[in-house]
Design a protein around this ligand. Structure first.
Ligand code: G6P
Length: 363
């Protein structure tokens, strides 16, 4: 098996590095040589019959659901609602008439998610599990399964499963959008766009030393930090802050940048680290820049993580542009590395953070 660490000090770094290869592998598995998506038509038909998609998950998988919401809504033309598995097991909200449940779970064994699936099955709700583990409980008990093909993920902090989940849902969205003759789906060449994502990730991975240098001092001793962003970048901010919390124990929150002024900005003090995510979305990039100025004026130590076409002089980490549907994949990579280096420099066990388990099989 390929589950050795090789020359890597930690599995997490190895798994971060595997992401370009996972992106390319998914194109081989979910598309033919002409670029046409290859996927069980029964899944697509079930999705077409639904009036609303519910994504249920925990932890990083939940954040991957948010990162995929826009792309699914655009191409599948249905509202997408997110559910925290541990909440929905006991507090299922009022559902639409024809719901379709998607369970995102790296392990396929998360008890909180399974509890919702058991209820969904009782109610006769069609379901799809997107998981890295063939034959896992959530895979066996759902109507359909799509596999992540990311290879074993050993580090407790999930990295390649998150990016693979978004990519697999991109194939599902493309296939379903094509089946309903959605124009945006026709124009979205998922194989090509994912190959650009793989290249963008590679470019970021070749800048590890730069990324490390930008955050080593910043995150060495701080108790707290903030990620901010708008739109897709807000969803990445949620995942970026979870990753940093999990392995560096820095209290970190991901905020919608526009919400700062409604409360959070009270927390900004001299030298508070604020990491701003700015992908190339002209509708919001300048507004996030405005929020950066506001926190700088209050003494924050800002690191900007920016897509090339939105970059300006003085930005800290610049990454190659990708298709806006997929920007969460490339934007999350520097934040994975930031969490990794923060944990490393604090002398912590990157792969085995205290109090956490890789998969939680109790409610
Ligand atoms: C645990 C792990 C997280 C993971 C979550 C969901 O809490 O520590 O890293 O995101 O479970 O796991 P799943 O296997 O369902 O994606």
């Amino acid at each position: 098996s390929d589950i050795g660490k090789g020359t890597y000090p930690f599995y997490m770094l190895k798994e971060i590095d595997e992401q370009p290869a996972v992106m390319r592998k998914l194109s081989q598995i979910y598309a033919d040589e002409t670029g046409k998506v290859v996927m069980d038509d029964a899944i697509i038909q079930a999705l077409i019959k639904a009036d609303r998609i519910y994504i249920i998950a925990a932890g990083t998988s939940y954040n991957a659901g948010y990162a995929s919401k826009y792309l699914l809504e655009e191409l599948v033309e249905k509202p997408v609602e997110l559910g925290i598995a541990s909440e929905w097991g006991y507090n299922m909200p009022r559902l639409s008439e024809k719901p379709f449940f998607i369970f995102l779970s790296q392990s396929g064994e998360t008890a909180d998610s399974r509890q919702v699936l058991v209820k969904a099955n009782e109610l006769g709700i069609p379901s799809l599990t997107v998981t890295n583990v063939p034959g896992s409980t959530l895979s066996r008990e759902a109507n359909f399964t799509l596999l992540l093909h990311a290879g074993p993920e050993i580090a407790v902090a999930s990295t390649k499963a998150y990016t693979a989940q978004i990519a697999v849902l991109a194939f599902l969205a493309k296939a379903t959008g094509t089946a309903i003759a959605n124009k945006k789906a026709a124009n979205f060449d998922v194989v090509h766009e994912l190959s650009l994502v793989a290249q963008s990730i590679e470019a970021t991975l070749s800048e590890k030393a730069l990324i490390e240098s930008k955050v080593t001092g910043l995150l060495a001793t701080t108790r707290n930090a903030f990620y901010i962003g708008r739109g897709q970048d807000y969803y990445v901010a949620m995942e970026a802050s979870l990753k940093l919390k999990e392995i560096s124990y820095i209290q970190c929150e991901g905020f919608a940048a526009g919400e700062l002024k409604h409360g959070t900005i009270a927390l900004i003090e001299e030298n508070t680290p604020v990491l701003a995510l700015i992908s190339n979305n002209p509708k919001v990039a300048s507004h996030t820049r405005g929020n950066v100025s506001e926190v700088v004026a209050r003494g924050a130590n800002v690191v900007t993580i920016v897509e090339q076409d939105a970059a300006i002089e003085g930005d800290d980490i610049v990454i190659n542009n990708v298709h806006p549907y997929l920007s969460s994949i490339s934007m999350v990579i520097p934040t994975q590395l930031i969490a990794y280096y923060a944990s490393l420099h604090r002398g912590l066990d990157v792969d085995k953070p205290r109090n956490l388990a890789k998969s939680v099989t109790v409610e």
